[in-house]
Design a protein around this ligand. Structure first.
Ligand code: CP
Ligand code: NVA
Length: 319
């Protein structure tokens, strides 16, 4: 019988910087493994994967605040037998040493690093400077792939089969929206994105989406939240002002005022539609208390699934 280690599926890519690093089959495999790990978690140290990362180290480096990503990576690595090393964000300052030197040092000590940073290019530079260090995007200004893995797992658990479903994303065409759109289209889920003018998804994101869609899934760009939500199976939103954009808060609040997900908007979705949010949420801005606390809300399931999806990812990169 093959050992747990040899029977674990592997990813072709060294790093996970973007959902676009995965293909359709790999995404499906991550989600399947993630569900298995969720079930096996009740076994604790007797779980078949409890020692796969014995003697391995994973660095965590956050240049922005984090609750969910930090805690789920820490617990996830430990539950697989590995050790976490918290690295202070000040080592990333340009006047200290070049990014590629940071990466080449880390490569000698740790197997992987999960990083939350600003420009996506910082992740690319770190990843390209090393042959062996696995770099995982824990959120950049442009993408949040670990969130999208947990989101798709949440949908898959609720719906069983993903192709043919419709997700409406209402709000800022940001990092969370980008990764959600890519993971959904790759899974055969159509996405309707409603954004105000000037806050649309970047062109390159839309073009990439078209090339990876399966099962005829389509991306529709709109400006009217009601049209996006009409008949949708899920309604997703995120903060209007992302980390690093705080000076724009007042301006964004005015622009996005009509993009709040409230009870009236939810009522236009398909009966039984769910509400999703990556969290943290700014209640009273992008979502009302009523909606986030309603039975339709799956936001804490999404948060829980961050743990399982990232464990699956770690196993498929390092296992
Ligand atoms: N959703 C998410 O990434 O949460 P944190 O910012 O708390 O990590
Ligand atoms: N778009 C948000 C997501 C937080 C998880 C941000 O970047 O701040």
């Amino acid at each position: 019988m093959p050992s747990v280690e040899t029977s674990l599926p592997r990813l072709r890519c060294k790093d996970l910087l973007s959902i676009l690093d995965l293909n359709h089959g790999e995404l499906e495999t991550v989600l399947r493994l993630s569900s298995r790990l969720k079930t096996e978690r009740t076994l604790g140290l007797r779980a078949p994967t409890a020692h796969v990362l014995d003697g391995r180290h994973v660095g965590l480096l956050f240049e922005k605040p984090s609750l969910r990503t930090r805690v789920t990576f820490t617990i996830g690595v430990r539950e697989l037998g590995g050790e976490v090393v918290e690295i202070s964000a000040d080592v990333m300052h340009a006047d200290r040493e070049p990014l590629h030197d940071v990466a080449r040092n880390l490569e000698r000590w740790v197997d992987a690093i999960a990083i939350r940073t600003f420009a996506q290019d910082r992740l690319v530079q770190l990843a390209q400077s090393t042959r062996d260090l696995h770099v995982i995007n824990g959120l950049s200004d442009d993408e949040h792939p670990c969130q999208a893995l947990a989101d798709l797992q949440t949908l898959s658990e609720l719906w069983g089969s993903l192709p043919g479903r419709i997700v409406a994303y209402v709000g800022d065409g940001n990092n969370v929206a980008t990764s959600l759109v890519h993971a959904a289209l790759m899974s055969g889920v159509s996405v309707r994105v409603a954004t105000p003018k000037g806050y649309e998804l970047p062109r390159a994101v839309i073009q990439a989406g078209a090339s990876i869609a399966t099962h005829g899934a389509e991306l529709t760009e709109l400006s009217d939240p009601a049209r996006a939500v009409a008949g949708a199976d899920a309604v997703y939103t995120d903060v209007w002002t992302s980390m690093g954009q705080e000076v724009e808060y007042a301006e964004r609040k005015a622009v996005f005022r009509t993009y709040q997900v409230d009870g009236r908007l939810m009522a236009q979705a398909k009966p039984g539609a769910i509400f999703m949010h990556c969290l943290p949420a700014h209640r009273g801005d992008e979502v009302t208390d009523e909606v986030i606390e309603s039975p339709a809300s799956v936001v804490f399931d999404q948060a829980e699934n961050r743990l399982h999806a990232q464990k699956a990812l770690l196993l498929m990169l390092l296992g």
